[in-house]
Design a protein around this ligand. Structure first.
Ligand code: ATP
Length: 356
């Protein structure tokens, strides 16, 4: 068993002032891939480093496999790590780089060969074992760093932005490979990224962090579909969730000059404003007026290849809408919008929290 539990972790850097992590508690289940994601400075790396034993918390506990490791040094925690600056050794061949942790543990020669061969195979590095790092591409070097981390069969794998040195295409390819490898190994993994697409793609669950706290934790699609607050809805997804202000009145939801039936969820909000959240892909478009559809106007048309991303004006609000490529759209053209009621999310305009 290798679940990772962090309880009430608080960390303030001497020069920092504000708390880098502010009472964070979470659990990575045995064999789970949990992604910490959030904007720069939200405390992801600090949290990971406290799990690793590279940073000492002001207060709170870390346990691994049910054992309290808070006071243990990094090397006694049974972890393996991959960092953004994946320092592989330039003077060692790929084979020795991958097997470095095994050499340190004085693993016998035949076992060394067997384990390095397996890690190399998983990372498609078998043909490169006799090369030096300088003879590899950036993506291959990154794979060596990951192979080196998995070869030791640690109970827990920690990764901090391991793909950030790769260009966009390689990053996308290696992301899928990493997903395959980690699911094959079944190692408990805690992974840090600021890239929401990476978090969505890799995580069994994602923890969206903000200002040293976990804003929401859950399976990626459920966090994406039901953000617990406006920050999460605005952070996850490309484009971010649309937010518009609407007034609830007499069972209707008024947006600008148009109105829709208000769902029962808003029955106690009569006479007040709410914020409506809706994803670009849940908004349907029509060139013709239809009953119950909202009149709007196209401002910008951006083909993404798979779809058209439209920026549209609805009353005082601007929103992003994903239309099929077959939709004829030009700037300034009127159009009509519809979003099924079950795709609408509602937020308190004062607290920004999702309404119950
Ligand atoms: P990024 O994605 O930019 O790496 P992050 O979410 O990983 O950001 P952290 O690196 O954990 O964030 O930083 C959290 C906060 O702690 C930030 O405000 C940062 O400036 C501060 N911080 C981090 N490391 C130190 C340090 N060694 N000394 C002082 N302050 C630090």
């Amino acid at each position: 068993m290798s679940a990772v539990t962090v309880q009430n972790l608080v960390k303030t850097y001497a020069s920092g002032g504000r708390r880098a992590t502010d009472d964070v508690s979470l659990e990575v289940a045995d064999g789970e891939f949990l992604v910490l994601v959030g904007p720069s400075g939200c405390g992801k790396t600090t949290l990971l480093r406290m799990v690793a034993g590279l940073e000492t918390p002001d207060s709170g506990r870390v346990s691994i496999g049910g054992r309290d490791v808070t006071d243990l040094p990094a090397r006694e925690r049974g972890l393996s790590m991959v960092f953004q600056s994946y320092a592989i050794f330039p003077h060692m061949r790929v084979r020795q780089n991958i097997g470095f942790g095994l050499t340190m543990r004085k693993v016998p020669r035949d076992e060394f060969d067997r384990r390095v061969a397996r890690a190399a195979e998983l990372l498609r590095l078998t043909d490169y074992l006799d090369r030096y790092p300088a003879q590899l591409s950036g993506g291959q070097r990154q794979r060596v760093a990951v192979a080196r981390a998995i070869v030791v069969d640690a109970a827990v794998l920690l990764m901090d932005e391991p793909l950030s040195n790769l260009d966009a295409l390689l990053r996308l390819q290696f992301r899928a490979e990493l997903k395959r490898i980690v699911s094959q190994l079944g190692t408990t993994t805690l992974y840090v990224t600021h890239d929401q697409a990476e978090a969505m793609s890799l995580g069994d669950r994602v923890a969206v962090m903000r200002d040293g706290r976990v804003a929401q934790l859950g399976p990626p699609l459920s966090v994406y579909d039901r953000p617990s607050d406006r920050f999460v809805g605005g952070f996850l997804g490309s484009p971010p969730m649309n937010f518009l202000t609407a007034r609830v009145r007499d069972g209707l939801l008024a947006i600008g000059d148009a109105s829709l039936p208000a769902p029962d969820q808003l029955s106690t909000w009569d006479g007040r404003d709410v914020v409506v959240g809706v994803r670009a892909e849940n908004i349907q478009v029509s060139a013709q007026a239809r009953p119950g559809w909202l009149p709007a106007r196209v401002e910008v048309v951006e083909p993404t290849g798979a779809a058209l991303l439209l920026t549209v004006r609805l009353g005082d609000e601007q929103l992003k809408v994903q239309a099929p490529t077959t939709f004829q759209a030009t700037p300034d053209q009127p159009l009509h919008l519809y979003a099924p009621q079950d795709s609408l999310r509602f937020y308190d305009p004062e607290t920004s929290l999702a309404l119950p």
